[in-house]
Write a protein that binds this ligand. Structure first.
Ligand code: PAF
Length: 288
């Protein structure tokens, strides 16, 4: 695997592959890679002739009081893991390569209706930062396929909308969440948990699973199911941010006729904000 740090160099490597008419696969990351990131790479390997990954801790998606400076940076270990998983080119630019004029004058991409709800309501500007950097990276790499994890379900939904709305010629491949044996979704931010918090953290996914069983059995209103889940998270020592049951395709509030739903939750455990989600289908009206 070759590591390049400039836009010109990554474009040159991709163009050489294009001349061989092979599909280009792309996995954007912020580094500190775990098995969840490597599953994204694995999902593209079969269908792509060249695999590009990026590591860029994007300052535009961090709020003023968030963990930009503390965000773990582990380039050497990440390079070894990506090499082992067959990545051909790693694009690891400095901030000045992506935002040469600084961030205040940077043109931004915003996805209305999706960027300011759920996590976007608690993290103003976060999803504009994500959409902006991902569209820049797509312009730089020009991938045929790009992989995103279902763990960040709102991000995945927003990227799909952005790609559709801006007619970007890339197919988004979504990859199931990788979990630890006790159910906790893998995330770089799990490293912030103390031993005691790590032991309690799987309660987040358990609360989502319990809510999913009730949604699937139509036991109670969605509001009642979500309110009970919030209470169970508080009892388990979390400070819940939201627990929401939404239309799986639009993330809009679920109406009585919506059958394909997603349950999304965000909750603080100490100083760590965890998110997770799971699909839940209400039985078809005819079969009920
Ligand atoms: O999911 C992430 O790691 C980031 O939000 C992404 C997509 C790499 C953009 O910075």
């Amino acid at each position: 695997m070759e590591t390049v740090t400039t836009i010109a160099a990554v474009r040159e490597r991709v163009q050489t592959a294009r001349r061989r008419e092979v599909p280009v696969g792309f996995v954007p990351t912020m580094g500190n890679l775990h098995q969840g990131h490597l599953a994204l790479v694995d999902a593209l390997r079969e269908r792509c002739g060249i695999l590009v990954a990026s590591i860029f801790v994007n300052p535009l998606q961090f709020g003023p009081n968030e963990d930009l400076d503390a965000y773990p940076r582990t380039l050497e270990a990440d390079q070894a893991a990506l090499t082992e998983h067959g990545v051909d080119v790693l694009f690891a630019p400095p901030v000045s390569e992506i935002y040469p004029d600084g961030m205040s004058l940077q043109t931004r991409v915003s996805v209305p209706g999706l960027g300011d709800i759920l996590c976007g309501a608690s993290r103003p500007g976060h999803f504009d930062g994500v959409a902006t950097v991902v569209s820049k990276l797509f312009q730089i790499v020009m991938p045929d396929f790009a992989a995103f994890g279902r763990k960040d379900f709102q991000q995945l939904t927003l990227i799909r909308r952005m790609v559709r709305d801006l007619s970007m010629p890339v197919t988004i491949v979504d990859v199931p969440t990788t979990r630890a044996a006790d159910g906790l979704a893998l995330s770089s931010r799990n490293n912030y948990l103390s031993a005691d918090e790590r032991a309690r953290a799987p309660a987040l996914y358990r609360s989502i699973e319990q809510a999913a069983s009730r949604v699937e059995a139509e036991q109670g209103s969605l509001e009642a199911i979500a309110a009970e889940a919030m209470a169970s998270l508080e009892a388990a020592g979390f400070r819940p941010d939201y627990f929401a049951i939404r239309n799986r395709h639009t993330l809009a509030e679920a109406g009585p006729d919506d059958r394909e739903l997603v349950i999304l939750a965000a909750a603080w455990l100490g100083r760590t904000r965890l998110i997770d989600n799971r699909s839940a289908d209400r039985p078809d009206k005819d079969s009920a």
